[in-house]
Write a protein that binds this ligand. Structure first.
Ligand SMILES: Nc1ncnc2c1ncn2[C@@H]1O[C@H](COP(=O)(O)OP(=O)(O)OP(=O)(O)O)[C@@H](O)[C@H]1O
Length: 230
């Protein structure tokens, strides 16, 4: 076992989850990710990608098995404890972007830092730098998020996730509304920021063309067989 994998960022053992009795079930015999690894997860619609991310981010709880994040046993924590862990360590960008429509673009970017208890002045500087890198015009920073296009909202959502420098970044189809130029700068910024901060990334998409940005990839069909990322 390598040094990195002795203390993995993410480690799942014999995890099982179902939304209800006799329904579709997600089964993961083993999944391990080293700190700082960037993993691309792909799979067809309904294969369980969002369900996996909801478990990893602590939004839902495993039915059985073990789920460790940064050495913390998520499977033993209450919903409130998982919320706290998510606020402090996990950046999330989901398909439903969940920007607060009446708050300004900048205030939306500061939300995750606020919940993580991080310094506001530093968070503002970092948010401004990231917004510039993702080409969100300064004239929009103090406008309400509701006036943004979906593509602009996707870029603001990734800035919000990155501002508090999370140790784990979880992204679910975050580029679906971006044109190819914006998608490229989005991917490059996200992965460069992650690398600079030793952040582990799990990025889910059904778009295999995005796999080129990643060192490791995983097919949802392999997951049930306990196959590791490659
Ligand atoms: N809240 C829910 N209650 C019951 N079943 C659900 C719920 N959410 C998802 N499912 C079911 O769980 C399975 C996996 O769904 P999930 O959303 O994780 O797939 P996905 O790979 O993310 O799909 P997509 O690419 O279409 O977003 C599907 O069979 C789906 O119908």
């Amino acid at each position: 076992m390598t040094e990195q994998l002795k203390n993995p960022a993410i480690n799942l053992k014999n995890v099982q989850f179902a939304y209800s009795k006799n329904s579709w079930q997600l089964q993961i015999p083993q999944l391990t990710l080293a700190t700082g690894q960037h993993l691309f997860v792909y799979g067809s619609s309904g294969s369980g990608k969002t369900t996996l991310l909801n478990l990893l981010s602590g939004i839902t709880q495993v039915d059985s098995g073990e789920l460790w994040l940064n050495g913390q046993a998520m499977h033993t924590l209450s919903a409130k404890q998982r919320d706290l862990l998510r606020a402090q360590h996990i950046g999330v960008v989901f398909q439903q972007l969940n920007l607060i429509s009446y708050l300004s673009v900048l205030d939306n970017c500061l939300l995750s830092s606020y919940f993580a208890g991080k310094d506001r002045k530093q968070a503002i500087l970092r948010a401004q730098t990231l917004l510039k890198h993702l080409d969100i015009a300064e004239s929009l920073w103090h406008k309400p998020a509701r006036i943004l296009s979906v593509g602009q909202q996707q870029r603001v959502a990734i800035v919000r996730a990155l501002v508090p420098k999370p140790t784990i970044l979880i992204a679910d189809e975050p580029t679906s509304a971006l044109d190819s130029d914006n998608r490229d700068s989005f991917m490059q910024l996200m992965l460069a920021e992650a690398s600079a901060n030793q952040c582990t990334v799990i990025f889910v998409s059904h778009d295999r063309s995005l796999q080129q940005y990643f060192q490791a990839y995983l097919d949802m069909r392999q997951l049930a067989q306990g196959v590791q990322a490659c």
